[in-house]
Design a protein around this ligand. Structure first.
Ligand SMILES: Cc1cc2nc3c(=O)[nH]c(=O)nc-3n(C[C@H](O)[C@H](O)[C@H](O)COP(=O)(O)OP(=O)(O)OC[C@H]3O[C@@H](n4cnc5c(N)ncnc54)[C@H](O)[C@@H]3O)c2cc1C
Length: 486
């Protein structure tokens, strides 16, 4: 039976950072279920000299070890002109709203979240106070009491901020987002969103991969399906399914660094660790209670820009609840060919509240963001169909002829249907608290020695949900193992 000192489960940023930290001297193997490395960091070629990220696309904070590496790899965009850029804000009937008004609204939104600090934490009730129960109401009151905001815009502006918050926090619904934990969340320090150049996150993955010796330490298309601690031998037995060879194989190791997503753990934890009752007891509440939501992108690539050149994003304010734009023949044909209920068009159009203009390229690219239920809906249809809806919605709001500038390519992410991810990243739900986070991080030490160390985005105490979190927890887990081995 093959033996390794350490088995790293998962080849996302966390697993790769762990491998780099363990170094050549440790006999480790990295097991990855999919056919690529990077996990939720997935960069794909979109056009000549342009790669786009289907998962993470910003480096958050500019003081971290991750930022330093990205800087050294010259991946970061030097965005000097960013201050001159602004959002184009349009309503359903094509009215342009001043971006200053939206900035004022954004300030009100932030202040309404800050007001949550004065809220009781809900510890005395079974569920914590939810974001939806508090922030939108306080926000609406602020809007209504400010003469700058026309009354008819207060609802659509609130709807926009709720949708973008749902996307950002990546929760299923704002009613499930724990208000106190959310307002306590701390981003990685420094500048919030740092854009990447036209190569996206790819250089980081290549850099981490290059630290792994080329001696069969990486096993792609291999899924760990069962783990058992052998108390007599004081070793872990790890059953692996190779999807390409259609074979099962068992390996033996001293330690595991477990980095799979919380979404994957929610579905497979009980089955994989069925023999480890203490581990199941230790983590089952945390795995159930901590939230794991969905965030998806639709990327539209054009030949020509049809929005204002200086715009860095387009915000759609849905001012007419049931309005549906006049569908093009192309879209009607797609509906007909796929026998699709026309209500899907409405749902997707309403789910689209903003898109960013990709700043790193001269090629016109819009990144449309979807959170909440619409993020799941868009996974069930083709790129062409969903891309066409996004394109026509944007054109309709901007009052542009939809046939004049058709997208030349559409790309769509599918993080929910991906069996090895099952969503985008973790959040604190109304059922979870700090104790759950602690339980998720805790290593499993059946014989008093830390045998299974849990890493990955969701296990970071402070800024879960980020690439920084994945990088730091993977590095830390490997350091811990090095201190045990040496
Ligand atoms: C759409 C989207 C946008 C995002 N935007 C940003 C952003 O701008 N900035 C930011 O900092 N973060 C962002 N994130 C979050 C960031 O991508 C993640 O926090 C981070 O990549 C997680 O890395 P990880 O190594 O913890 O997990 P993963 O990347 O999920 O790696 C885990 C790996 O384990 C593998 N695996 C699963 N089960 C098994 C098994 N049984 N056996 C073997 N292998 C298995 C998976 O295939 C996967 O490759 C975004 C995420 C998404 C989805």
């Amino acid at each position: 039976m093959e033996y390794a000192q350490v088995i790293i489960v998962g080849g996302g940023v966390s697993g790769l950072a762990a491998a780099k930290t363990l170094g050549h001297a440790v006999k480790y193997v990295l097991i990855e279920a999919q056919d690529y490395l990077g996990g939720r960091v997935l960069t794909v070629d979109a056009a000549t000299n342009l790669a786009v990220d289907m998962g993470a696309q910003y480096v958050i904070g500019d003081k971290s070890a991750l930022y330093k590496i990205c800087d050294e790899l010259k991946m970061l965009l030097d965005d000097d002109d960013a201050d001159d850029d602004e959002a184009v804000v349009v309503t359903t009937d094509g009215k342009v709203i001043s971006s200053e008004l939206m900035e004022k609204a954004a300030d009100f939104w932030e202040r309404s979240i800050d007001d949550a600090d004065d809220k009781p934490d809900g510890q005395h009730s079974a569920l914590a106070v939810s974001f939806a129960d508090f922030v939108p109401k306080v926000f609406q009151r602020r809007l209504l009491s400010c003469s700058l905001f026309p009354r008819e815009l207060c609802g659509p502006i609130t709807d926009y901020f709720m949708k973008s918050e749902m996307t950002e926090a990546n929760c299923i619904s704002l009613s499930d987002l724990n208000l106190i934990e959310y307002s306590n969340y701390e981003d990685p320090p420094g500048e919030y969103e740092n854009d990447l150049k036209h190569t996206g996150y790819r250089p980081l993955i290549n850099y981490l991969k290059s630290s792994i010796p080329n001696d069969q330490r990486i096993r792609l298309n291999c899924e760990v399906v069962r783990v058992k601690f052998l108390s007599t031998e004081r070793k872990l037995s790890v059953e692996i399914h190779d999807s390409q060879k259609q074979q099962k194989k068992t390996m033996i190791c001293d330690h595991i660094i477990w980095t799979t997503s919380l979404g994957y753990l929610k579905e497979h934890f009980h089955q994989i660790f069925a023999d480890e009752h203490d581990l199941l007891r230790q983590k089952q509440n945390a795995i159930t209670n901590i939230g794991f939501g969905v965030l998806n992108k639709v990327i539209l690539i054009y030949k020509k820009t049809f929005w204002r050149q200086s715009a860095n994003s387009i915000i759609l304010l849905h001012t007419h609840e049931n309005h549906l734009f006049e569908m093009s023949n192309t879209l009607q044909q797609l509906l007909f060919d796929g026998s699709i209920d026309p209500s899907v068009v409405q749902e997707v159009a309403r789910g689209l509240s903003y898109c960013d203009v990709l700043p790193c390229t001269d090629i016109p690219v819009l990144v449309c963001w979807f959170g909440g239920p619409a993020a799941i809906t868009i996974e069930n249809f083709t790129e062409q169909f969903i891309g066409q809806i996004c394109h026509e919605t944007i054109c309709s709001y901007l009052k542009i002829d939809q046939d004049r500038y058709p997208p030349v390519r559409v790309l769509k992410s599918g993080w929910h249907n991906n069996k090895y991810t099952r969503g985008a990243y973790s959040y604190h739900s109304v059922r979870s608290n700090k104790q759950d986070g602690k339980q998720l991080r805790i290593p499993y030490a059946p014989d008093g020695i830390q045998r299974i160390l849990f890493a990955g985005e969701a296990t970071h105490e402070q800024y879960y949900a980020s690439v920084n979190a994945a990088f730091e927890t993977g590095t830390q887990a490997a350091k811990k193992i090095l201190s045990i081995i040496n």
